[in-house]
Design a binder for this molecule. Structure first.
Ligand code: ADP
Ligand code: ZN
Length: 591
């Protein structure tokens, strides 16, 4: 059965006119009773590939999902679309009712945690009524190669095999080749069942830059981005300090989130963030996992992420609704220095792998070419050279040949005894004599004052570059010393090209040039948002569950006058039209 026959149902249930990306193929396989592994980026619309069959098929779709918060979020969304959905988790009090409803055929969609799905009780429930589909969300958890192995996932296989004719659908956003192959084996899915969608998230604009004064840089960034956002900070302390500074500087509501807070506070911060249209959270990387907030408008990193994979996953929390979103990363040489220092503490077997991860990050932060192309190549794709939506494409940096300057810099490090910091080395190179330099005789060295004028401006950025490339390392006390790649650079054997640091670029009008910015300040749009807030509070759901921003924008533009006109706007399904249509039509009439 082709997925196209489900188009009317897609429209009436979800309000969408067409499948997106490879959804149609996945849905087609599910409807044909086949086994499938769908690897699709965050925001691609994975949940629709089992929620639509849940409505179309007789019987209930069972979804195994590892995070309660995620399940409940999905549950709200599904119910708002009129799907009969329930969950069996440790925090649900209505187990008996849910089980009964399942037995009576009163459910379309049932969410369950892996540790519960593997028990006898659940097996007999499944035996009482054959499910229509087993969907296994976050399927990379089944693989030890994945970054998030969960032993419970390994125990799912006997349940699946007890119902061999029930189709299986495994879903994940992050799985490299190794992990994908493992998932197929572990869950008994044939190789031809793999559907691999592109990794690109074209609506996310990537920016990467040196961290000069993080609070100020982030303040500017936030002021240009009025929507909800996440700022990742490397430490718990850092999240709290940054929250205070950003709140004071921007006047926005900013909450800190980290594992050291008590669980109630964490739940509160998360809840408020999900419900808000402009909240900001400063967080350690734990935050965001299992949060399915589609309208996150920006993700900023105040320090270097752990790997390209983590960076991609964390930035992927922005813009799931497809609207423009921004990702900003600020990095410093000390991030690389610290990470390289930690390499020494690892077991030998892991060092090479971790070093490769760091080198890949170094390439990302340093490139003068398209950031997106580099990211996509990392995931095995063959992207176009330029994306037009990253800092380097929008505002191409000039590349300078710093090979000779790097030789001078390294010889200054060498001659001063490999123990002074970047400031001292810079002073020596530029011939700035002070007491410290004179007392150590550094003004007598051949490298004293050999860098002049314009070139001096490049010294600090060059230190960053050389640390990222392992030509320099930092000592315990913050001094610079040679790294493994240092000697070849000093001898001039390795050319050093680097991006020319910006000469104070004029601030790009970050909102004005957006394709589809929200018309905040437009009275109709604002009134529609106010109505959405009111209805959301009444229904006790976050505003985006009612309608996404894009839907409100379309309402403001098209000004539908009747229910049927309103129903043609993408995202307005039959159920939502009936529940909330009139309220919005009233608002439009009054403006
Ligand atoms: P994922 O689980 O893959 O991260 P979601 O299932 O949360 O993504 O979907 C992301 C967003 O895309 C949701 O807001 C959803 O409503 C929207 N979406 C899904 N399918 C379609 C479609 N065919 N057309 C338009 N929007 C869609
Ligand atoms: Zn680009």
């Amino acid at each position: 059965m082709s997925a196209d026959t489900l188009l009317p149902l897609l429209k009436s249930t979800f309000g969408f006119d067409a499948f997106r990306g490879r959804q149609a193929e996945v849905v087609g396989r599910v409807m044909a009773g086949e086994r499938t592994l769908a690897v699709m980026p965050t925001g691609a619309g994975k949940s629709l590939t089992y929620q639509l069959p849940a409505v179309a098929l007789d019987g209930c779709v069972v979804v195994v999902s590892p995070l309660i918060a995620l399940m409940h979020d999905q549950l709200r969304g599904a119910r708002a679309a009129g799907i009969r959905a329930a969950s069996l988790t440790s925090v649900d009090a209505d187990w008996a009712d849910t089980r009964q409803a399942y037995r009576d055929g009163g459910l379309d969609l049932l969410y369950i945690a892996p540790e519960r799905a593997t028990g006898e009780g659940f097996r007999s429930l499944m035996a009482a009524r054959r499910p229509a589909l087993f969907a296994i969300d976050e399927a990379h958890c089944v693989s030890e190669w994945g970054h998030d192995f969960r032993p419970d996932y390994r125990l799912l296989r006997p349940l699946l095999d007890a119902f061999p004719d029930v189709p299986r659908l495994a879903l994940t956003a992050t799985a490299d080749k190794h992990t994908r192959e493992d998932i197929l084996v572990q869950l008994g899915i044939p190789a031809e069942g793999l559907i691999l969608a592109g990794f690109d998230r074209p609506n996310i604009r990537y920016r990467v830059g040196p961290r000069v004064s993080p609070a100020r840089q982030l303040t500017d960034f936030i002021i240009a981005n009025p929507g909800p956002g996440i700022v990742y900070c490397p430490t718990r302390d850092g999240t709290e300090r940054m929250a205070e500074k950003l709140a004071a500087a921007t006047g926005r509501r900013v909450a800190a989130y980290h594992a050291g807070l008590d669980p109630e506070r964490r739940a509160q911060v998360q809840h408020d963030f999900v419900a808000s249209e402009d909240g900001i959270v400063t967080a350690t990387v734990a935050f965001g996992m299992g949060i399915d907030k589609p309208d996150v408008r920006f993700v900023a990193h105040a320090g270097l992420p752990k790997s390209i994979e983590s960076y991609y996953q964390e930035t992927g929390r922005a813009g799931r609704d497809g609207d423009p979103a921004e990702a900003l990363m600020l990095w410093g040489a000390e991030d690389f220095a610290r990470a390289r220092m930690r390499l020494g503490e690892l077991p030998d077997a892991r060092i090479a792998g971790e070093r490769a991860r760091l080198n890949a990050l170094a390439a990302l932060v340093e490139t003068v070419e398209c950031r997106r192309a580099l990211l996509l190549r990392h995931f095995g794709e063959v992207p176009p050279e330029r994306c037009g939506n990253c800092d380097n494409c929008l505002d191409p940096p000039r590349q300078v040949d710093a090979t000779v300057l790097a030789q001078k810099l390294l010889s200054a490090v060498y001659r001063t005894g490999q123990s002074y910091g970047a400031g001292h080395v810079e002073a020596v190179l530029t011939g700035r004599s002070d007491e410290r330099i004179a007392s150590r005789g550094h003004d007598k060295l051949s490298v004293f004052g050999i860098v002049e004028g314009e070139e001096a401006r490049l010294i600090k950025p060059l230190v960053r570059t050389l640390v990222a490339r392992e030509a320099l390392e930092t000592t315990e006390h913050g001094g610079l010393m040679f790294g493994p790649a240092g000697r070849a650079v000093m001898k001039g054997e390795t050319p050093v090209l680097m991006a020319e640091p910006p000469v104070k670029r004029t601030q790009r009008a970050s909102r004005g040039d957006r394709a589809e910015a929200n018309p905040v300040g437009d009275p109709l749009f604002d009134a529609l948002r106010a109505m959405r807030r009111e209805l959301a509070a009444e229904a006790q759901v976050p505003p985006y569950v009612i309608f996404h921003d894009a839907v409100l924008r379309a309402m403001a533009n098209e000004r539908p006058a009747t229910r049927s006109e309103l129903g043609t706007i993408p995202g307005v399904g039959a159920r939502k039209l009936e529940a909330w249509g009139d309220a919005f039509l009233d608002v439009i009439r009054q403006h």
